[in-house]
Design a binder for this molecule. Sequence first.
Ligand code: PEP
Ligand code: MG
Length: 315
Amino acid sequence: SEQHEARTFSGRGATSDGHRVELLANVGEVAQAEPAAAAGAEGIGLFRTEFCFLDRDTEPSIDEQVEAYGTVLAAFAGKKVVVRTLDAGADKPMPFLNPTDEANPALGVRGFRTSWKNPDVLENQLAAIATAAAASSAEVWVMAPMVSRVGEAEEFVAACTRHGLETAGVMVEVPSAALLAGPILARAAFASIGTNDLTQYTLAADRLLGALAPLSTPWDPAVLSLIRTTCEGGQAQSRPVGVCGEAAADPALAAVLVGMGVTSLSMTPRALGDVAAVLAATSLEQCRRAATLALGTDNAEAARLTAREALPALA
Ligand code: PEP
Ligand code: MG
């Protein structure tokens, strides 16, 4: 069997003809920040802050949050760090925030929705992020998880503005948000597509259920179509649209995403080298062609095979 070593990445992501694609890291713990920087990530595209809140019965103090966020920002001095506010619920349950009596927690009070009943937790977190950002040279962007309506994007941006956090965006991981990406991006500075949840909600297939694994693929043309719609919304409003779900770590899919108009890809640091190498060997036109072909199929397997055939770097 072939030994697979992670290719290293250093520098700036781009296609063979120089179309820029930021290659960023997903970071979910303080200890992952330094290794992500060492792996060559241009920044952090998804800083999951749940680690600070898990396994506790109360929220962490603002000081504790400032310290944790500050350590991560320090590893990316001068670079972009997209901090996601708390995504409590479903696969990340937090008893002090999420109702424990919901029949369908994935469709329940989770993510941004927890701030309706507990606005202080979000306010305190934004205060902590703003304090850590002010003490750092990192370029801090903030985004909310599980936004499903335009009004929520508006509310979140207003809350960030009150804390002096000027680059406020939303995750697109619910089909309604993808379909309304245009009006959402008229309010929010950027969008980041969470393909793990977007796939779960598009196919109505619990992302943790092994029995439904065949349904849970971002190659499904229905998911691709929602990603394309989100990119169109971004283009109409001149706003960047990134991808931070697992899809970004699949080199063939990464090329398809770039072809659909995605402007940054955030992934587990070990995938950076392979994704960078495929993009560097593929022109923007080839990415677009692979995207058009994949979008024209009617099932995930056909989308994947057709796209791969159109990508010489993967042949
Ligand atoms: C996603 O849903 O794709 C995502 C990036 O967020 P998480 O995996 O943390 O839910
Ligand atoms: Mg998610």
